[in-house]
Design a protein around this ligand. Structure first.
Ligand SMILES: Nc1nc2c(c(=O)[nH]1)N[C@H]1C(S)=C(S)[C@@H](COP(=O)(O)OP(=O)(O)OC[C@H]3O[C@@H](n4cnc5c(N)ncnc54)[C@H](O)[C@@H]3O)O[C@H]1N2
Ligand code: MOO
Length: 452
């Protein structure tokens, strides 16, 4: 359901509708193999079994000699079958030769000569009583796992130790749940990527952080491409399923060629001016607009489309705060759906200010928690970042506004702490707000003086 179009406005989804739609239009990406070096943080789709005994051969746990029987031992060449009273040199990890019954540590033996002047190995002064015991310092085959044993269970979220275990088991790939690969198309010829921008220029706020936010929202940050304001550049970039990274991310995917993206996120160009080409490019490629504007502020021009090749294209408005709100509203649910996640519940926080009505529009307001109340941030205009940079979360203020102390829907920031659960009604302070709501401060509260 969409709102009735207002004069001068196209039909827009409500904030709640946009979230649900972004989640519902996408299906989980099927499981598949990934190289083990890229698998940290991924979720195993199937059990990992030992393909052979681990370790798969008996080896020495010490530098010394493989020995058969009691000493003194006649030395033979490494690797050859040992008869009783024979020994051969061995290093830690070395293959135990046939016939060997134990390993004598180098500290416990001395090379001497027998009566005929031939080299022999004898127990040395630092040998412990009883050395070498049968099997001593031999790592038996299969002592960590036997062939076919489950090493890691399906559903495990892989950490570095899991990856090392998979490598130890001789695996190159792991079968993991799908996770969306996201590419970035950053537009705007006024955007500069280094230094202090001059008049008419803006410094790019997206390149340095968007990939990290996407990763926090459950995506894999892929390549970035910058384009100017011409339609031809836009169209070519939309068509390009294999675009070359203009600035490879440090620590980003090191595969030679990335697979096709599941999602392309664009920044800027969601408006309807001559340099805003999102809708035209989607239409020319035969794509479908799934969300075309959201009745929210900031971020109302956000667009979500699906191209015939199955890629989703999320158009974030150029204004930095508007883009983040659109990313949280649409990108979060979309990436969750593609990545086998769930649509996060919206939390609630008690509001620390009275916020007037703004008919027909949900307002997304960064807030900071002050004494358990959510105080709207200053400096939260669509092009500003100070408010969000200091915020604990974002309030979802309904069109009819909110009273001081009233619970208001809210969500935490992907990089922040979860929001505290509001106190149950009967646990609320006995005294209701001391003053009538109309005397409460309206709009943003200046808490910058409290900053450390
Ligand atoms: N006549 C109307 N004009 C505008 C409307 C409207 O409804 N009618 N909506 C406004 C709103 S709200 C937004 S949000 C923006 C959306 O603009 P676009 O998505 O088309 O983005 P641009 O026009 O390309 O840029 C907007 C703004 O953002 C700056 N920008 C772009 N890229 C970056 C970047 N990488 N880093 C920092 N800032 C960036 C750009 O310089 C512009 O200042 O449209 C309004 N206009
Ligand atoms: O989407 Mo816009 O933010 O309201 O500037």
């Amino acid at each position: 359901m969409t709102e009735a179009p207002r004069e001068g406005h196209h039909a827009a989804h409500t904030w709640q509708e946009a979230r649900s739609r972004a989640f519902e239009v996408a299906a989980p990406i099927p499981p598949g193999p990934v190289p083990i070096s890229s698998a940290i943080g991924r979720t195993l789709a199937s059990d990992v079994l030992a393909v052979q005994d681990m370790p798969h051969y008996a080896s020495s746990a010490m530098d010394g000699w493989a020995v058969n029987g009691s000493g003194p031992w006649i030395l033979s060449e490494p690797g050859q079958r040992l008869a009783p009273h024979q020994a051969s040199p061995i290093v830690t990890g070395g293959l135990i030769p046939p016939g060997a019954k134990a390993v004598l540590r180098s500290e416990s033996g001395d090379i001497t000569t027998d009566d005929d002047g031939l080299p022999i190995l004898a127990l040395g002064g630092r040998a412990k009583p009883g050395e070498p015991r049968n099997g001593q310092h031999i790592r038996r085959a299969g002592e960590e796992a036997t062939e076919g044993e489950v090493l890691l269970k399906a559903g495990t979220v892989l950490n570095p130790a899991h990856i090392a275990l998979a490598a130890l088991a001789g695996l190159d790939h792991l079968n993991v749940l799908g996770k969306p690969l996201v590419r970035f198309l950053l537009t705007g010829s006024e955007v500069v990527v280094h230094g202090v921008p001059g008049p008419g220029q803006v410094r790019d706020t997206f390149g340095p952080q968007l990939g990290s936010v996407v990763e926090l929202l459950g995506g894999i940050a892929g390549e970035r491409l910058r384009v100017g304001d011409s339609y031809e550049e836009w169209l070519a970039a939309f068509q390009d399923t294999d675009f070359q990274d203009t600035e490879p991310l440090p620590g980003g995917p090191d595969v030679e060629a990335e697979p096709p993206a599941d999602v392309v996120i664009t920044t800027g160009g969601t408006g309807r001016s001559g340099t805003d080409h999102f809708r035209k490019a989607v239409a020319e490629l035969g794509g479908e607009l799934l969300i075309d504007g959201i009745a929210m502020r900031p971020g109302h021009p956000a667009v979500l489309a699906e191209l015939p090749d199955g890629r989703f294209v999320l158009g974030l408005p150029g204004n930095p705060l508007a883009a983040m709100m659109a990313l949280f509203t649409v990108g979060g649910p979309l990436l969750a759906a593609l990545g086998h996640g769930k649509l996060e519940d919206v939390a609630e926080v008690p509001c620390g200010a009275m916020i007037d009505a703004d008919p027909g529009r949900t307002r997304l307001m960064p807030f900071r928690l002050m004494y358990g109340l959510a105080s709207p941030a200053q400096h939260a205009g669509p092009g500003m970042m100070r408010g969000l940079a200091a915020a604990d979360g974002v309030m979802v203020v309904p069109p009819h506004g909110v009273q001081m102390g009233e619970l208001v829907p809210a969500f935490a920031l992907p990089w922040g702490k979860p929001l505290p659960a509001p106190k149950p009604a009967d646990d609320k302070p006995r005294k209701a707000p001391a003053r009538p709501a109309k005397k409460a401060p309206a709009g943003p509260v200046d808490w910058s003086a409290l900053d450390a």
